[in-house]
Write a protein of this length. Structure first.
Length: 136
């Protein structure tokens, strides 16, 4: 979920950085078994195409765990083993930098400080709030 809020210039320096909510985007996924059931009803190349689109959306939005789960549960229904291996390897290679950095004492505190600094530097007239939801 992504929210966008605007803060009026007359009060840009008053209060916190929260402004009026202008709009929000939400992304919903089907449960893997529900998606599998829907794909079973499709003919020809439509099922593989739909599954590839679902995995692509997972990649674009950073939900690599869901994409891997789709490949585990549905992949063998529509792809051969080589294609599944390739898609799984591709999803794994896209892991965010945060998951590749080592854990060290104070990492969470450093992250909190950097997020606070980011909030201070973000323009107050138009603010995209990215709550800590999902896998980004």
């Amino acid at each position: 979920m992504r929210t966008v809020s605007w803060k009026r210039s007359v009060g840009a320096t008053v209060g916190n950085s929260k402004g009026q909510l202008m709009y929000a985007d939400a992304l919903y996924f089907r449960q893997p078994l529900v998606l599998r059931s829907a794909l079973e009803k499709m003919s020809g190349t439509l099922a593989p195409s739909k599954l590839l689109r679902a995995v692509s959306i997972c990649q674009i939005y950073g939900f690599f765990d869901y994409g891997l789960e789709l490949m585990d549960i549905i992949g063998s229904d529509v792809f051969d083993e080589g294609e599944i291996r390739h898609l799984r390897a591709h999803l794994r290679s896209e892991a965010p930098l945060a998951s590749r950095l080592p854990n060290f004492p104070g990492r969470e505190r450093l992250a909190e400080l950097l997020m606070k600094l980011s909030g201070w530097l973000t323009p107050r007239s138009h603010k995209v709030k990215q709550p800590r939801l999902g896998n980004f």
